[in-house]
Design a protein around this ligand. Structure first.
Ligand SMILES: CC(C)(COP(=O)(O)OP(=O)(O)OC[C@H]1O[C@@H](n2cnc3c(N)ncnc32)[C@H](O)[C@@H]1OP(=O)(O)O)[C@@H](O)C(=O)NCCC(=O)NCCS
Length: 206
């Protein structure tokens, strides 16, 4: 069961299908989507619909495909409290995760993303297509990495950080909790918690 029938949900469906996992259906709070199809899979109802929630943990597993961190967190907590389950990982079968990398649960890892030896990916992260997680790089929880970004060796990324697409973060840099890095930026020094930076070299948005 996929929570969220938006872009991310559609991409998650493709990821599960790349692993021959059958999708039972989508749940989405936008009532206009109910009974419509995402490709060939139906949006069954809302994310709090007990009639469908009761299957989770018994007949199927759950994946949260909501890119708004607040919504994703609330949905993860609901699944833990109400259904006593953790969302599964959605890892494309053409992503390359080193056997020497560590990865938690509830993560979205799209096609051609890679994670090198000694790298760590926390829980509930969204790692878009073609991103590179370098040797011994560390990602916290609820981190988002845009398509084609390069997180070089030894970089440390705190919880809830947002990295836009096409970003380069040079080796060893630390990005504080909740910081945001604009698309196309080159980050050459530390970014403090909660800061927004962009550009080459990336600078703080005033
Ligand atoms: C950096 C970012 C997160 C800031 O978002 P925001 O808080 O909504 O801020 P705004 O878009 O209002 O931008 C604020 C200012 O920064 C500038 N700016 C923002 N991002 C920029 C970027 N990547 N490069 C250059 N300038 C940028 C804007 O032009 C604006 O300047 P102004 O105040 O002179 O008009 C966002 O612009 C961004 O780059 N998002 C990445 C999107 C992406 O890659 N998505 C896919 C991955 S999931």
């Amino acid at each position: 069961m996929i929570f969220g029938a938006n872009y991310l949900g559609r991409a998650a469906k493709e990821i599960f299908e790349s692993n021959s996992v059958v999708i039972y259906g989508f749940l989405d709070d936008d009532k206009k989507t109910h009974n419509s199809e995402v490709d060939d899979v139906v949006v069954l109802g809302s994310t709090d619909d007990d009639g469908f929630l009761k299957f989770i943990g018994k007949k199927c597993e759950a994946f949260v495909a909501l890119d708004d961190n607040k919504l994703r967190k609330a949905t993860v907590e609901m699944l833990q409290e109400v259904r006593h389950v953790q969302p599964v990982n959605a890892i494309h079968n053409k992503a390359i995760i080193s056997t020497k990398a560590a990865i938690g649960h509830g993560n979205f890892v799209d096609v051609s993303a890679s994670a090198a030896p000694g790298s760590t990916i926390g829980n509930h992260c969204i790692i878009h297509a073609h991103s590179v997680i370098g040797v011994e790089a560390k990602l916290g929880n609820f981190v988002q990495i845009g398509a084609g970004s390069v997180i070089n060796a030894g970089v440390e990324i705190g919880d809830e950080v947002f990295i836009g697409s096409g970003v380069i973060i040079v080796s060893g840099v630390t990005i504080g909790k909740g910081a945001r890095v604009g698309a196309g930026s080159v980050v050459i020094g530390p970014v403090k918690a909660g800061e927004t930076v962009f550009g080459n070299p990336a600078q703080k948005v005033k």
